[in-house]
Design a protein around this ligand. Structure first.
Ligand code: SF4
Length: 149
């Protein structure tokens, strides 16, 4: 298993860095390789969703999963998937739809599994590592939705 980091959808930059540091710590402690796309391509996210804010997750998934498939192909990795699938807050049907479409375009298989029932397990495993935990999905829109009340 190889992990992959490309998250131009996480705002602001300090939040991106907090999550990135947590990911690096996790990969070191659990000893799995981590491929990282250099830089912080935040403009790519806003270009992808501009004019489609109501349906922004579709464009966000597409941006990130396309890059995952591309990098998998470049590294001769036969499949790709996403950690989004463990979240009870995410739109699984949409992720699956976008993943399947990218698989058809790229020739790299998308692996879908409903991991939501393992969400609490993941929390128990990572709690002793004292990892930073996100409080909202990632983009500024989701931060606004999370805290506006
Ligand atoms: S809510 Fe989450 S999945 Fe949807 S656009 Fe924002 S960061 Fe992406």
């Amino acid at each position: 298993m190889t992990a992959f980091w490309y998250n131009p959808n996480i705002h602001p930059f300090t939040e991106h860095q907090n999550r990135f540091e947590a990911m690096k710590k996790l990969s070191q402690e659990m000893k799995f390789p981590l491929i990282v796309v250099d830089g912080y391509d935040m403009p790519a996210y806003f270009r992808a969703v501009a004019g489609n804010e109501e349906d922004r997750c579709r464009y966000c998934f597409r941006l990130r999963l396309s890059k995952a498939a591309q990098v998998a192909k470049e590294n001769s990795i036969a499949n790709f998937t996403t950690t989004l699938l463990i979240s009870p807050h995410q739109k699984h049907e949409l992720i699956n739809e976008v993943g399947d479409r990218i698989a058809a375009e790229s020739g790299v298989a998308f692996l879908y599994a409903d991991l939501r029932k393992r969400y609490s397990d993941s929390r128990h495993i990572t709690k002793p590592m004292d990892l930073y935990r996100q409080q909202y999905c990632g983009c500024l829109y989701s931060e606004w939705e999370r805290y506006q009340q």
